[in-house]
Design a binder for this molecule. Structure first.
Ligand code: NAD
Length: 508
């Protein structure tokens, strides 16, 4: 079924698709080309955050399962079945894989919606198409990113070969379960590595299907493995494994720091980190279009329930336009995102990922109130959607950058508006954070724009827009937002290593 067809599905069709998908759900690990139970037999529950219902019992991995998956990945790598496959053949399999992702869009979309509460319309418009696009973009790199031959004296030949790393362990979060995983496995596979993916325990279901589709496309056994389980039980043994060449991680800054320790305690594996953020949007008094700016402000924080690493959670607004900005945010943004059933295509905001996250976010809102921020709207859970893990879209004004809500990553639909008096002060506030993932600035003045672009300590800076871009754009942070770059050609290269081959020629 094509993406275009299922975009017309109504809520009842999605509910029957969900029932059908749950009726034939696969919940075991995918190792060496087959679904398989945990060695120790453990299982954990996957819960639908919109209803509180248990969706499935999923195999819970331990170090024994990680050992099996890494051994399968290593054997596949050594055999050359994938790493030494002719480039265009590898590309063909990945293109077929991308096609299969689109052909199975309904099943894949429904799995993530049930597992973590993302609106089904977002799955169809963002996650599923972008997974296919990620696979295609990385496949295109296979015979385009070369090594090189350097200029040497006549008595030598020097080649720099670009080779895969070997076995890549990927540890991923739940906020875009398939998409964040694809930003890891797609470049790793395209570059010729074998992969062991450990998805987040809150959203374990869709990754299993992606690995199955890779095999269906012709991917050899052992090249793409998925082991589910808890962070400490399954993620940690993967990160500590002596036969894993790289850990590629997306998740919290706290756990990201552990990855560096695990690499040091084991085999000095490469570590690529994509971590948290507290991204500022700076609205200067001469911004070109107030309507576009306000829309970027509320979409930038309420999209995906605010569970976005680059959510624009700090809105820095010039004092001279502050009152107008807040008034327009209330008028246009208060009802733009309505919590509801994520299986209904009309719903723009689902529940948070777990009841625990709902309580954590409500706790952050209480801290905002008690520290003196002004609650403008929201701040509570919609009672009619109990026992779902929902939080209403929330706006705080008159926030100071030293308040907890301005310093900690909330990972929920909570915006904080902070006034400033000058562009210099805005820059100071923007950079006063441990994070540095993304930022935006809004101004007509090209001189101010360039100075701010250069001054902002963040891996991505948007001017007069927010969260725009394509696959050429490196995605990654400064400071404690991480050290990796996803999506772009540099991402593909980060799953390779270079070998220098210096060949002595005769002097004649
Ligand atoms: P998390 O750090 O709690 O978990 C991420 C992954 O790490 C999960 O698979 C988890 O099981 C695993 N893990 C947890 N403890 C572990 C341990 N001790 N050893 C090994 N693995 C362990 O993060 P989360 O709650 O799943 O995701 C939310 C976070 O992810 C936010 O901070 C968000 O900003 C960040 N994120 C960043 C990006 C980016 O590109 N920078 C993108 C999406 C999400």
């Amino acid at each position: 079924m094509s993406l275009a067809t299922i975009r017309d599905y109504q809520a009842d069709q999605w509910r029957s698709t969900a029932a059908e998908v749950l009726g034939r759900l696969e919940t075991r690990h995918f190792i060496n080309g087959a679904f398989t139970d945990s060695v120790e037999g453990g299982r954990f529950e996957s819960v639908n955050p919109a209803t509180g219902d248990v969706l499935a019992e999923v195999s819970a991995g331990t170090s024994a399962d990680i050992d099996r998956a890494v051994a399968a990945a290593r054997a596949a790598y050594r055999s050359g079945s994938w790493a030494k496959m002719p480039p265009r053949k590898r590309m063909k399999i990945l293109y077929r894989f991308a096609d299969l992702v689109e052909e199975n869009a309904a099943q894949l979309a429904v799995l993530d919606t049930l597992d973590m509460g993302k609106p089904i319309s977002d799955m169809l418009n963002v996650d599923v198409p972008l997974v296919a696009e990620t696979v295609r973009f990385m496949a295109e790199c296979i015979d385009k990113v070369d090594g090189s031959v350097t200029n040497t004296a006549n008595n030598a030949m020097h080649m720099i070969l670009r080779e895969p790393l070997g076995v890549v362990g990927a540890i991923t979060p739940w906020n875009y379960p398939m998409l964040m995983a694809s930003w890891k496995f797609a470049p790793a596979l395209a570059a010729g590595n074998s992969v062991v993916l450990k998805p987040a325990e809150q959203s374990p279901l869709s990754a299993l299907q992606l690995a199955r589709l890779f095999a269906e496309a012709g991917g050899p056994d052992g090249v793409f493995n998925v082991v589910n389980g808890m962070g400490e039980a399954a993620g940690q043994p993967l990160a500590l494994h002596m036969d894993v060449n790289k850990i590629t991680f997306t998740g919290s800054t706290e756990v990201g720091k552990l990855m560096l320790q695990f690499a040091g305690q084991s085999n000095m594996k490469h570590v690529g980190l994509e971590c948290g953020g507290k991204s500022p949007q700076i609205f200067l008094s001469d911004l070109p279009d107030m309507a576009a700016a306000v829309e970027a402000a509320y979409c930038g924080i309420y999209e995906n329930m605010g569970e976005v690493c680059n959510a624009g959670s700090r809105l820095l607004v010039d004092r001279s336009i502050y009152d107008e900005f807040v008034e327009r945010f209330v008028a246009e943004g208060k009802d733009a995102y309505q919590p509801g059933d994520p299986l209904d295509p009309g719903t723009s905001m689902g529940p948070l990922v777990t009841k625990g996250d709902q309580q954590r976010v409500l706790g952050m809102i209480e801290s905002g109130k008690s520290e003196g921020a002004r609650l403008v709207f929201g701040g509570d859970a919609p009672q009619e959607l109990e026992p779902g893990a929902y939080v209403n879209p929330t706006l705080f004004a008159d926030v100071r950058n030293d308040m907890t809500i301005a310093r900690q990553e909330i990972f929920g639909p909570v915006a904080s508006v902070i006034p400033f008096e000058s562009a210099e002060e805005a820059l100071e506030i923007a950079n006063d954070t441990i994070y540095g993932l993304a930022a935006s600035l809004w101004t007509r003045d090209i001189d101010k724009a360039f100075k701010l672009v250069k001054g902002i300590e963040a891996g991505i800076v948007w001017v007069n827009t927010y969260d725009s871009g394509d696959f050429t754009q490196p995605f990654g942070g400064y400071k404690q937002s991480g050290n990796a770059r996803d999506k772009c050609i540099d991402s593909y290269k980060s799953y390779t290593q270079t070998k220098s081959a210096w060949i002595k020629l005769s002097n004649q």
